[in-house]
Design a protein around this ligand. Structure first.
Ligand code: FES
Length: 77
């Protein structure tokens, strides 16, 4: 299936969580208030480090969100 990450198309296998797709794309999930790129840390929905904009909705925990064909994800700033 294909997802769009920061405007770029990416092929992922079924069952891939969004945080893994963002790692595969080399994109951070979010940019911290001090400007640091952040990505998934706990991978189980606790730390909130993996927040990103998924289909226009901000603060989605991407480690808890499985990719669907046509999904759009943007790094949260
Ligand atoms: S990686 Fe910790 S909540 Fe997603």
């Amino acid at each position: 299936m294909t997802v769009t990450i920061n405007g770029r198309l990416l092929e992922v296998v079924a069952g891939t969580v969004v945080s893994a797709a963002m790692l595969q794309a080399g994109e951070p999930c979010r940019i911290s208030v001090s400007g640091e790129p952040r990505t998934a840390m706990c991978g189980m929905g606790i730390c909130f480090e993996c927040r990103a904009v998924v289909n226009g909705v901000a603060h989605r925990r991407t480690c808890q969100f499985v990719c669907a064909d046509g999904l759009r994800v943007e790094t949260m700033r």
